[in-house]
Write a new protein. Structure first.
Length: 281
C-alpha cells in the first residue's frame, strides 16, 4: 500500500489515497501502520481525497488506536498540503468535508503554510458533550487522582477539556491527560489541553489527544484553548499558541468562528509491505 508521510509541527500523519486500498482498513491495520516500532510511525492516518456531495473533497481521520476522529486541525493542514502536492488544488480557497463538519481551506507559500477556517466553537454541554444539565461548560471543578482542576469544555467538531495551569509540562499532560480523556463526564471521551496564558496574544499549551496520547502539537487543541481563553477574557482575538512542536496562529472571531494558520512539512513517500499490515501486535 502506497503512503505519504507529513508532519505539522512534529504532529505526524500518514496519508493514504483511497485508490490505493481495496476496502475500509480494519482497526488492526490502522494500529499497525501508526505503530512507531512495528509500523511506519504516526499520530494518525488520513484517508482521502474521497468524493463529497457538499464539498470539494472529503476526508476520513483515524487515531493511532484505530478510532475515527471527527476533525483534526493538523490533519487537515497536512491533507491540504497533500492535495497541493498532487496538483489537485492551487492557491484558491477550497472546501473539505469531515465527520466533524465542512471546513474552508487555502494553501500559501508553495504549500508550506495552510489556512483553515475550522468552524464555530460551541461551549454547550449538549454539543460537546458533557454530562449534566444543559449549560455552557466554563470554569467547572473536576477531581482527578486526588487533585482538583478547574476546566472548561468546547467542541469544534471534536470534544476538548481545557484546563488553565500556571506551568503546564509534558509530565502533567502524561499523568492527568489519560485519566481525563476517559472521565465519565465525557461520554465520547475528550482531548485535553493544559494552558498557560502569557499575555493578551500568547498562550502555551501541553496536549493529551484522545486516541493518540501525548502530542507535540495539535491544531484543534490550539483552536479549543484559544477559544476558551478568549471567552474568559484573558486574551484578545489574535492568539499565538505555542506547543512543544512549534506555534500556530489562531484568530477567534466575535461569534467564535476559528481561523487557523500553520506550517506543514513533507517527510517521505513509500509503500507498506503486506506483512506489516497483517501482523498481530
Amino acid at each position: 500500500m502506497k503512503f505519504s508521510k507529513y508532519h505539522a509541527l512534529g504532529n505526524v500523519y500518514i496519508v493514504v489515497n483511497p485508490v490505493d486500498i481495496e476496502s475500509d482498513l480494519a482497526t488492526s491495520v490502522i494500529k499497525n501502520i501508526c505503530h512507531k516500532n512495528y509500523g511506519i510511525g504516526s499520530d494518525g492516518l488520513l484517508i482521502g481525497p474521497l468524493k463529497s456531495t457538499t464539498a470539494n473533497f472529503a476526508l476520513r481521520i483515524f487515531n493511532p488506536d484505530g478510532s475515527e476522529a471527527e476533525k483534526s486541525g493538523n490533519g487537515l493542514r497536512i491533507f491540504c498540503r497533500y492535495l497541493w502536492d498532487l496538483g489537485l488544488v492551487k492557491d484558491k480557497p477550497f472546501s473539505i468535508e469531515t465527520k466533524g463538519g465542512i471546513v474552508s481551506a487555502q494553501v500559501f507559500d508553495n504549500g508550506k503554510t495552510v489556512k483553515i477556517e475550522m468552524g464555530k466553537v460551541s461551549f454547550s454541554s449538549v454539543d460537546i458533550p458533557v454530562l449534566g444539565t444543559e449549560r455552557k461548560v466554563l470554569l467547572e471543578n473536576i477531581e482527578i487522582d486526588g487533585h482538583d482542576f478547574i476546566f472548561s469544555a468546547v467542541t469544534i467538531g471534536n470534544p476538548h477539556c481545557v484546563i488553565l495551569h500556571e506551568e503546564p509540562t509534558q509530565e502533567i499532560a502524561r499523568r492527568y491527560g489519560p485519566i481525563l480523556e476517559v472521565h465519565a463526564n465525557f461520554p465520547n471521551r475528550t482531548n485535553v489541553q493544559f494552558v498557560k496564558v502569557i499575555d493578551l496574544h500568547n498562550i502555551k499549551i501541553e496536549i493529551w489527544e484522545r486516541g493518540a496520547g501525548y502530542t507535540m502539537a495539535s491544531g484543534s487543541s490550539s483552536c479549543a484553548a484559544a477559544a476558551v481563553v478568549r471567552k474568559l477574557g484573558l486574551c484578545d482575538k489574535n492568539i499565538k499558541v505555542t506547543m512543544p512542536g512549534g506555534a500556530i496562529d489562531i484568530e477567534v472571531s466575535e461569534d467564535y468562528s476559528i481561523t487557523m494558520f500553520g506550517a506543514v512539512t513533507p517527510v517521505c513517500i513509500g509503500e507498506v509491505y503486506s506483512e506489516c499490515l497483517s501482523q498481530n501486535i
